[in-house]
Ligand binder design. Structure first.
Ligand code: ADP
Ligand code: ADP
Length: 219
């Protein structure tokens, strides 16, 4: 399956992506993770990305499209693809459509996870992630067994530098202005758009999304 996972920051995209990957054997390509790795490498591109990411603004389309097109081309997972955080603007969605159409591998579905602004701020400001395996925790709702340490590999948990309330508010504004129109774009193109209420417990979100996608793959 080839799926785009959408939703505001903190809706639970990363959390659900990890579960979907196991269920459907897809490569998980998170634009945010790819950009953070580039930033951490200290490269010129990474420095450029940091200017936008630290401000909670979207990275310009031409940079995003070239980095993500390369990651998609290099994906060797037998064609299964779970795109998380990309596309985030209509021009990005158009570029992705063109790339996938040229490869004869169109999208099967666009899954949108919804959540309201207050929940989002609470979630993001309490998010901790394993520096080693990327497992995502929440300080109160999904804590690790020992504070600050990953249950799976014992590595230290870290907080993202852009997960501060004022930056989250900018990221939300960018979402409503630039990313929500992408959902309308996909609806207009008659894509299979699945909407799931992200304010349920993670298992319920996963069950609802998994079922909708199973139905599609069985079509
Ligand atoms: P996104 O990738 O959409 O930014 P994450 O998956 O990183 O979101 O989740 C953001 C925060 O919310 C994390 O701290 C995560 O543990 C928590 N979280 C995710 N899904 C849920 C949920 N259904 N209920 C409660 N907390 C959640
Ligand atoms: P979120 O928790 O907001 O979903 P991500 O990890 O997906 O966070 O993205 C972090 C930051 O990386 C964004 O605030 C933005 O600056 C940049 N970014 C990630 N994906 C894109 C994209 N497709 N287009 C533009 N900027 C992006």
């Amino acid at each position: 399956m080839r799926i785009v996972l959408m939703g505001p920051p903190g809706a639970g995209k990363g959390t659900q992506a990890k579960r979907l990957m196991d269920q459907f054997q897809m490569a998980h390509l998170s634009s945010g993770d790819i950009f953070r790795a580039e930033k951490a490498s200290g490269s010129e591109l990474g420095k450029k990305l940091a200017e936008y990411m630290n401000a909670g603004a979207l990275v310009p389309d031409e940079i995003v499209v070239s980095v993500m097109a390369k990651a998609i081309t290099e994906n060797r997972s037998g064609g299964g693809l779970l795109l998380d955080g990309f596309p985030r603007t209509v021009p990005q969605a158009q570029a992705l459509d063109e790339q996938l159409a040229a490869a004869g591998k169109p999208l099967d579905a666009v899954a949108v996870i919804t959540a309201n602004d207050e929940i989002i701020v609470t979630r993001i400001t309490g998010r901790w992630t394993c520096g080693q395996c990327g497992r995502i925790y929440h300080v109160t709702s999904l804590p690790s067994k020992t504070a600050g340490v990953c249950d799976d590999d014992g590595a230290a948990l870290t907080q993202r530098s852009d997960d501060k309330e004022e930056v989250v508010r900018s990221r939300l504004a960018a979402y409503y202005k630039q990313t929500e129109p992408v959902i309308a774009y996909y609806r207009q193109r008659q894509a299979n758009v699945i909407e799931v209420d992200g304010m349920q417990v993670p298992d319920a979100v996963a069950a609802q999304m998994g079922q909708a996608l199973e139905e599609l793959s069985g079509k």
